[in-house]
Structure formats: C-alpha cells, structure tokens
Design a protein around this ligand. Sequence first.
Ligand code: NAD
Ligand code: UDP
Length: 309
Amino acid sequence: MKIVVTGGAGFVGSHLVDRLLNEGHEVIVLDNLVTGSKTNLSHLSNTSGFELIEQDVSKGIPNLGNVDVFYHLASPASPIDFEPLAIEILQVGSLGTMNGLNFAREKKAHFILASTSETYGDPLVHPQNEEYLGNVNQIGVRGVYDEAKRFSEAVTMAYRRKHGVKTSIVRIFNTYGPRMRANDGRVIPNFISQALRGNPLTVYGDGQQTRSLCFVSDLVDGLHRFMRFEPKLPINLGNDHEMTILSLAEETIRLTGSKSSTTFQPLPEGDPKLRCPVLDRAREFLKWEPKVSLQDGLQETINYFKKIL
Ligand code: NAD
Ligand code: UDP
C-alpha cells in the first residue's frame, strides 16, 4: 500500500514508519520538523519506497498521487510546547486535520487520526472509557492541545458522516520510548536524562498524580491494526498499568542505578490528577493488548538515552 504519515519524523511517527516499511509498504512522511527530527529517519535514507517531504500540513498537502492510508500524527505533543507553540497546535489540529481529510476524501484513503487521552482533560471518571466526554478547561494553557484534538475528532466524524470518508480515531495515552527528545519535557525523557546525569528528578506537585505508560512498540502495533479495521467509534490505546509519578521516579532511579534524589516542583496548571485507559474496545475490536512491561520498556529507553546524552 501507499501510506502517508504526517508527523513521521517525530517520536511515534518514526517508529510507525519503520514498521510500515518493514512490511514492504511505500511510505511518504510529511513533517515540518517543528518538534521532530531528520535524525529519527536518517537510517532510512537509502530505503526504497521511503520519502520525507518537509511540509507544514496546516498549509496544505502536496499532490502525492494515489494513497491508500493517511495517518495524521502531526502535532506538537509535549506540555512544554503548549504555550510557545499554542497557535501552531491549534492550526495543525484544525487546518492540518481538514487538509488531511480533504486529501483522504479525494484519494479515497483511510484517514487515521492520532487523538489523545487529553480529550478527557482532567477526568472526573476513572479509568477513562471512550464514552466519557471529558472535563476540559478550554481557556487554560493545556486547552490549546485538548481543544485542537477535540476539534480534530469532531471534523473527522463530520467527514465520515457527510462525505463517507473512511476514518478512524485513536485516543493515545502516555507513550514513551527511544527517539523522544532529551529536552522533550515529558516525564520519561526528563526523569531518565536527570537520573543519567546525576541530577535530582523533578517531581511536579506531590507526585501522587497517576499515569499509565505504554511502550512505543505496543502503540505502533495498535496503530497498525487500524489499517485492517475501520471502527466507527474512537478507541483508546495505551497501557492500563497505572502508577504514581513519584513511584515512576523511584523506578527510574533504581533501573539507571543512579545516585540522584527527587526534588518537588510546582504542579503545572491543569495537570490531570489521574489517567488510565479502559482498553476493552481495543481488546475486543483490534484483538490488541499492550505487552511490554514498564521495566523492559524503561530499560530499552534508558539504553537509548545513554547513547544520545
Ligand atoms: P512528536 O513531537 O515527537 O511528533 C510530532 C511530529 O509532528 C513532529 O515530527 C513534528 O515536527 C510534526 N509536526 C508538528 N506540527 C506539524 C505541522 N504543522 N506539519 C507537519 N508536521 C508537523 O510527538 P509524538 O509523541 O510522536 O506524537 C505524535 C502524535 O501522537 C501527536 O499527534 C500526538 O498528539 C499524539 N499523541 C502522542 C502521545 C504520546 O504519549 N507520545 C499521547 C497522545 C497523543
Ligand atoms: N512530570 C513530572 N516531572 C517532570 C515532567 C512531568 O513530575 O519532569 C509529571 C507531570 O506533572 C504529569 C506527568 O508527569 O503529572 C506526565 O507528564 P507528561 O508531561 O509526560 O505528560 P502529560 O500526561 O501531562 O501530558
């Protein structure tokens, strides 16, 4: 198949591209490199069937001929980018998504949207199933990301209903692994690089907020399953092993063998207190299950950061 991956030079996107090329598909990445990097794809420079086009998808999608599948992953995703890249995030969630949908409609391609657990905001229902409508503060600093993705979902459903475009919505929960930027700002790259450098691990708030962390190979396996299946409704993908951020800091220190301590810093505005996916739909419809334990996933990520730091 011929497959477009927007955001394919980013962390998740580059792993998805590897998987698709391994299976013999033709892959075109559209990426403006705002948070991604050519380095994530440099090992593919001589791979036939692969092309990277530097393109801001909020401005348009180039003419690429016939395409079978359109994965829309382009969007900054780290909370540290929510203020400096606020407008770009809103643009790529709205204009970028509509450009992708128009393209998919014209090519009769399957449009697969990378949405997020952030559409649930600071959830009042726990764990989060796909029927929960969320608790989002649209005027807060996280609102730009949450509402961009909520708009993406709304317009995706509109194109499905009005224009009969084949669409899927994937609500991705916290995912980590090799190729995250050392200065990404998200919790795993922060904790691992702090531990490896012997600096204190910056725990925000009292560290009692929870997350459920999915290793990237599991996520990519789930994303891949959408190519064979076109669910009408959004599906959560992530890991349902929930833990506190403080215990994640302790586990990172243990696995790195670091002598680092932890230091407490203010909780960012709107930081969700609890997050864990209900994975019943993914298990039932995609026959998908996260398989990589936190210990194995962290170890592989630590090995990667040892090489790049
Ligand atoms: P990332 O920042 O590593 O990747 C995003 C990629 O999109 C980057 O390569 C960036 O340069 C590109 N991009 C951004 N705006 C663009 C634009 N206007 N035009 C073209 N390219 C653009 O982040 P990631 O963690 O790999 O996230 C990938 C997708 O998955 C995002 O849509 C994100 O919202 C979603 N997601 C990720 C997670 C996670 O935990 N990693 C969780 C929920 C949702
Ligand atoms: N966090 C932390 N220290 C850090 C980075 C993040 O304690 O150095 C916390 C953050 O407050 C949040 C959780 O870790 O509760 C996950 O943050 P991340 O930015 O990875 O993603 P989020 O789930 O908030 O989008």
